[in-house]
Design a protein around this ligand. Sequence first.
Ligand code: KG4
Ligand code: ZN
Length: 357
Amino acid sequence: MLVLGIETSCDETAAAIVERRRDGSARIVADVVLSQIDEHAIFGGVVPEIAARAHVEALDDVVAAAMREAGIGFAGIDAVAATAGPGLIGGLIVGLTTARAIALAAGKPLVAVNHLEGHALTARLTDGIAFPYLLLLVSGGHTQFLSVEGVGRYRRLGTTLDDALGEAFDKAAKLLGLPHPGGPAIEQAAKRGNGERFALPRPLIDRPGADFSFSGLKTALRLAAEAIAPLSESDVDDLAASFQAAVVEVVANRAAHAMTSFAADHAGAATLVIAGGVAANQALRTALAAEAGRHGFRLVAPPLRLCSDNAAMIAWAGAERVALGLLADAGMAARPRWPLDSASEPMLGSGAKGAKA
Ligand code: KG4
Ligand code: ZN
């Protein structure tokens, strides 16, 4: 089965074609991602109107490039999948409308995909892992532990009470005068810095449960920076390193709690998957691998290119749904908010303020 996927929920315009074989194995046939980062950089974040316009201008070419890369026409695909939410409404409408038009014209089914489900199922595309597994999704708009029990079956074990982790990285970078997106900039600066110079708080560490909070850490970073301003380059490096050290320690601690609670419900299942843009952070990966090892879990981390936003994950989520006959309502409208675990109430402010929310 060949599925065309389209992703336009934030600042990447992406199209991909993924093959799903009868045995459940997968192959990425074409994968095109056009980043709008340069268009938003001078604003220090993603500007929704600019993003929507850029998607309109680029999407036709991006889809055509993916089809060319695959060497097929629309007649050769079996379904069209597009991100219908959560994300910036303008971009979502552009992607979903384009997908609907292609599906109608080519007489193929349309699958409306939840962007978070795309991230959640990526490890099955890349590593073919079986359900159930524990997922840590850390991106610019989302920070949550999910028990992934099947396609469309997710239970949230923890989430952020305020900022998403990627958002915290981005705000910390802005505060230190580092470029956007902040995550990679902080990681680079942290490599040169001393992570023990500033004693920043570890919010919620050792508290029961697997929730996160980052706003107090961000405030502490600001106060530490203000206390020694003006900042030299090595001050910035030390602040970045101290911030990242706090984050990594907190995430490893929360992961320990999440693994204990997941293991209690799923005897024998012991896989921790990380996904989302922040999963690119090497210090975080190393700490999570160690923590997973201590709990008898193995850590699965998709390749960096598939951790950040892309359309292969949307095509794959679409293929998983088509294979099970789980087609969401094809007339569905784009949804800025769309929690994966509908039984869990959104926490106040969770992921609501991020550039990617
Ligand atoms: O998943 P993603 O591409 O977009 C969505 O949020 O859906 O994630 C982007 C986020 C940004 O906040 C960016 O700063 C963060 O991921 N990020 C990182 C790193 N690379 C990207 N954060 C920490 N360390 C990194 N190396
Ligand atoms: Zn994402």
